[in-house]
Design a protein around this ligand. Sequence first.
Ligand code: DC
Length: 213
Amino acid sequence: MITIAVDGPAASGKGTLSRQLAAHFGLHYLDTGSLYRAVGLKALNEGIDLAEENTVARIAAELDDDILDDPRLREPGVGEAASKVAMLTGVRNALLNYQREFAQRHPGAVLDGRDIATVVCPDADVKLFVTASVAERARRRYKELLQTDPLVKLEDIQAEIERRDARDCSRSAAPLHQAEDAHLLDTTNLDIETAMNAAVLLVKKAMAQQDLN
Ligand code: DC
């Protein structure tokens, strides 16, 4: 059994890296941001005030797997709503068990998010903190969104990322920060292949360590 925790800010490349790591080692993969996005999307659809803790927490507790495949989850407005509902302790608590149970799936799992190494899986075998400069993250997200929306503007994307960073890092409930025992992977000047090679080495080292114990 191996658990790999990957945290980092919006559009840092943690999702791509985590998905590839899971495929490489034959592990399950959970994008925990999609859970918060699903809660945000449902609340928006139902016209619920995003600060209404009890109502939004109920949505989180009753979340259905189907909505996790909704393409609207990737929209910038939904990312922003996700970041708002993620401030609520009731919402975070409602999503905690699902994430912890997922981490127990055999033969192991990669989970990415903001608080995986610090709160969800503090005993993870490998902890990665993936980041990149704001300008680089905005450029990557812009390129991705341009494929479906030719009118998207780089400065709007950068402003949205900065707002989310500020909210995700300063909230009182499980704020984003690098765990003491997490390895920092700054991908500002790294392509995905180089970042992946570095991550694979760290995971192999942890696996060798497990074999020794
Ligand atoms: O990783 P993402 O951009 O899809 O996440 C969307 C929002 O969800 C993010 O701005 C903050 C929140 N989130 C969180 O608070 N904790 C997590 N483990 C994952 C996401």
